[in-house]
Design a binder for this molecule. Sequence first.
Ligand SMILES: Cc1cc2nc3c(=O)[nH]c(=O)nc-3n(C[C@H](O)[C@H](O)[C@H](O)COP(=O)(O)OP(=O)(O)OC[C@H]3O[C@@H](n4cnc5c(N)ncnc54)[C@H](O)[C@@H]3O)c2cc1C
Length: 386
Amino acid sequence: MTNPIFQNYTSPWENDELRILRDAARKFFQSEFKPKNDRWIEAGIVDRDAWFLAGEAGLLCAEIPAEYGGGGGDYRHETVIMEEMLYAGLGGFGNQVHSTIVAPYILNYGSEEQRRRWLPKMATGETVGAIAMTEPNTGSDLQAVRTTAIRQDDHYVINGAKTYISNGQHCGLVIVVAKTDPALGGRGISLVVVETDNPGFKRGRNLKKLGQHSADTSEMFFDDCRVPVTNLLGEEEGKGFVQLMQQLPQERFNIAQAAVCGIERALEVTLDFVKQRKAFGQRVIDFQNSKFKLAECKTEALVARTFVDQLLLQHLEGKLDAATASMAKYWCTQKQNEIVDECLQLHGGAGYMDEYEISRMYADARVQKIYGGTNEIMKELISRSL
Ligand SMILES: Cc1cc2nc3c(=O)[nH]c(=O)nc-3n(C[C@H](O)[C@H](O)[C@H](O)COP(=O)(O)OP(=O)(O)OC[C@H]3O[C@@H](n4cnc5c(N)ncnc54)[C@H](O)[C@@H]3O)c2cc1C
């Protein structure tokens, strides 16, 4: 089985090697993580040990070259691992941020010394990665960040506050979006890596959320946090905004792919439910309304699946542009929210109960339209290509 609802569909990028990885990832997530998930949801965070287990299983930093400790694969490998994690209902494990966002920044912009210092530990789970763009007073308007990293001799002194940062409690390093030259606005933004044992770094609360309860999402504070200038990502200051614009399409595309997994899983659990549940002497699936709703959802699910699979092929060739990635993020997450809502409705009251997976999926889906750039910002970016 490659897909929970389209048994006759095979993604055009999948091959035998990836199927072996898929089987291994599925077994790992189902046997090692799934039994712990309820406890993690209750705790608001996964066990720290989960990162080491995933590292040992070879499921972290799959697209990072083997010479830096990674899996030596490409974005397809990351996709397979994410899909199996999400099909197992484990959206709270922050590997997407760690492996498909943070590690690529270090690989793409880091010096050889930085890559060798950080990537191998990220691949084993010894260091968890986070990226801190959002601040209490600015999210969508990234150029307006107020956190500063002012150079003093051979150090940057970082001051500011960040919020809603994924992996914020577990992270051992965080890529901080800060202004090295506040007078230059967006052109003064740089990316500086902070190791979280730095005395000037403080973690804030693990924030309580509507959904994705096992994901740690935190505030963080930088108070005269001194890091060596060698922690700058890239050869010169002021390149941060351009680096973000180059990397955000992969992050947004990844959210779109996650949305498609969410749709597929929602349909899978809903089909199981409506085939068993009876009302008025017949199965819920036998009502024409149920069949039509599910027919619509399945059609849209296949449209979404083929869309992201096609874009994955473009992305592998380095041809996924910002507007198209934004289209995928906006449309797939919008569809995820609509379809999960329909699926919840078909569960009746059970759909509102925590013990049914669809209830969690409903709460988890909501943020997909918000993070990684809101869907309104996606439309803004798409409209620039008109
Ligand atoms: C669970 C979770 C995890 C997150 N993880 C991270 C993380 O790891 N790292 C990180 O840096 N951030 C993270 N974020 C933050 C997230 O990226 C931001 O919340 C998001 O970009 C929106 O920013 P904001 O919250 O400041 O909203 P605002 O920018 O204040 O937006 C408020 C509303 O105004 C709308 N709006 C704003 N500007 C425009 C415009 N130009 N045109 C039309 N409408 C507009 C928005 O669409 C939105 O509806 C996370 C958020 C959540 C909820």
